[in-house]
Each structure stands twice: as C-alpha cells, then as structure tokens.
Ligand binder design. Structure first.
Ligand SMILES: C[S@@+](CC[C@H](N)C(=O)[O-])C[C@H]1O[C@@H](n2cnc3c(N)ncnc32)[C@H](O)[C@@H]1O
Length: 300
C-alpha cells in the first residue's frame, strides 16, 4: 500500500468519499475495509473521538440503557469491525458479547483483542442466512453497519429471528442513507412498518443525532419496551423493537437534536391492543369471517 493510500485511510472525509459515498457493492466495500485494516488507522482515528465518530458514543449510551441492571445476557455486535463497539460494550458492563464480522483482516484484529466470546466470520444477509438458532440473543447492536454495500435491508428479518422474544436491537446509522442508498430507499423503513403491522416489532421511535461520522447526522434506533409488554411478548413468543434516541455530541449540538415518535392512530392502537390481548387483529378476524361465510355457502 502506498503512503498516499495510507493517508486516505487516516482522514475521515477521504474515507467518507471512497467508502460511504454513492452506491458501492459489498465486494468493493469489503476490499476497502481490507485496505483500511492494512493501513492500521481505524482505531486511532475513531476510538472515543466524538468529533469524528459520534455514532459510537450514541451506540454505547443506547446499549447501556437496554439492560440497566443485568448485563450478563447474550449480545451480538453486528458488523464489529476492529472491535471498538465491543470494547465500548465491555466498558459499560456487558460480559457476554459475540461478534459478527465478515472482513478477515478485521477479524484478525478482534481475535487479538480477546473481547468476544464467539466471533462469527461472515456477513448477515436475509432471513435464515446465519447458522444461529432462533431466539439466541438478548440484544443485537449494529453501529456503522448499515451503509452502502454493507448490511442489506432484509437482514432486519434475520435480526428479528435471532433476537429472543422480548429481546432488543439497536441500530445507529447515517440518516441520509435511508434515501441515498438504493438498498435502503423505499425498503428499510417500509420493512420496519410491515413488521410493526404484523405485531412482530413495536413502537417505532426515531431520533436524529449530529455527526454520526464525518459530519453527517445519524439516527439511533432502539428498544423501549415496558416490563409488562416484555412479559406478555415473551409468552406470545413475538419479538419486538422500537427505534429511538437521545441525541448527543457537544452541548451546542445537543440543542439541535430532534426527537419524535411514530404514533399509531386511535384505530390502530385499539386494534394493536386487541391483537395483543387475543392474538387476533381486526383484519384477521374479518378475513376469518369471510372464509367461514364462503365455506358455509359451498359446504352444503
Ligand atoms: C463502519 S464499520 C463499523 C465497525 C464497528 N461497529 C465500529 O463502530 O467501529 C462497518 C463494519 O460492518 C461490516 N459489514 C459490512 N457488511 C456486513 C454484513 N453484511 N454483515 C455484517 N457486517 C458487515 C464491515 O466489514 C465493517 O467492519
């Protein structure tokens, strides 16, 4: 690797230009991560450096709140990179962390750090892409892994499958990728909405924070389930998540943080609680009645 290539991987705006701009392929992005690993500048540039990578601070704050008391549950660091996210999880008390990371050179680095119980060296793709049993993790966290040519939208289905009923997942990603990355545009948000309609995840709440990476805003998506809901959901073996955040960065920036919540309409709320109570929503009930009517007519 030439000195000028090495320099490119030492300056956030240059990394941003090659790795996080446009719609590059998975293969291209992995090639760039290999080069970044060889340049050896990742940790030095991004570790505890909110001016360049506020996402990591947001991630740690969000994950810390997921299980305020017991942090011995199984956690997956999805797209673990060089393990900075795992080190942060350790620092706030988590003790049982696995890593999922496809870049071999990064895997060499995280093996040497000895942070993770298990390291799964492969990418997450759509549902059933991972050799991990259903309902394995208490929490899955992904910071910086939803980018062009990285984790596909359909991976949400796989995350929901491997998170335990009542378990949680948290994603910190650059907000503009929801529109600028064709893999996410008109896919990622509708997928969350569909899963919510199906009653598999719950209570979406999104908040923007400044300076995810290289000066671009991010969104933090996390769980906010109440104890009562959690118990009910465990029993009904559904998975849930919500999306939220509290913003952060410098004092001045904090004032700019906007926070909002997707609310259901009254009708949706009523249908939702009925579905949770009885396991059957209005639409399913109407469909069932319709089937009975048709069956009644033809059956004689
Ligand atoms: C920007 S880095 C973030 C690393 C780490 N979470 C951090 O905050 O320092 C994104 C990581 O996601 C990994 N990645 C890309 N596509 C992935 C996929 N489909 N499944 C899992 N990880 C993926 C990359 O190899 C890279 O290490």
């Amino acid at each position: 690797m030439s000195d000028s290539d090495k320099t490119s991987f030492a300056i956030p705006s240059k990394v941003n230009d090659v790795l996080f701009t446009g719609d590059i392929s998975y293969e291209e992005s992995q090639k760039l991560y290999r080069q970044w690993a060889e340049a050896g500048t990742y940790d030095q540039m991004l570790h505890r450096n909110p001016k360049e990578y506020n996402a990591l601070i947001q991630f740690t704050a969000g994950m810390k709140d997921l299980f305020p008391e017991d942090k011995s549950g199984r956690v997956l660091d999805l797209g673990a990179g060089t393990g900075l996210s795992g080190e942060e999880l350790l620092s706030v008390g988590y003790t049982n962390i696995d890593a999922l990371e496809p870049c071999e050179k990064f895997v060499e680095i995280i093996k040497a750090k000895g942070i993770y119980k298990n390291i799964i060296e492969r990418p997450i793709e759509g549902e059933n892409s991972l050799d991990i049993p259903n309902d394995t993790y208490d929490a899955v966290g992904a910071v910086g892994s939803f980018c062009p040519g990285h984790v596909p939208s359909s991976a949400i289905l796989e995350i929901v499958r491997i998170v335990k009923p009542g378990g949680k997942f948290l994603i910190c990603m650059r907000e503009c990728f929801l529109e600028s990355v064709s893999e996410y545009k008109d896919r990622l948000v509708p997928l969350f909405e569909d899963l919510e309609k199906q009653g598999r995840i719950q209570r979406l709440e999104w908040t923007r924070y400044p300076n995810h990476f290289a000066g671009k805003d991010g969104i933090r998506m996390e769980d906010e389930e109440e104890e009562e809901d959690k118990d009910r959901r465990r029993k009904s073996s559904n998975c849930r998540m919500s999306i939220s955040g509290r913003g952060g960065g410098g004092q001045e920036k904090e004032k700019e943080v906007r926070r909002w919540r997707r609310k259901r309409t009254e009708e949706e709320e009523e249908d939702w609680s009925r579905k949770r109570r009885t396991g059957v929503g209005r639409q399913e009930e109407e469909e069932e009645n319709r089937r009975r009517r048709i069956g009644g007519r033809g059956g004689g």
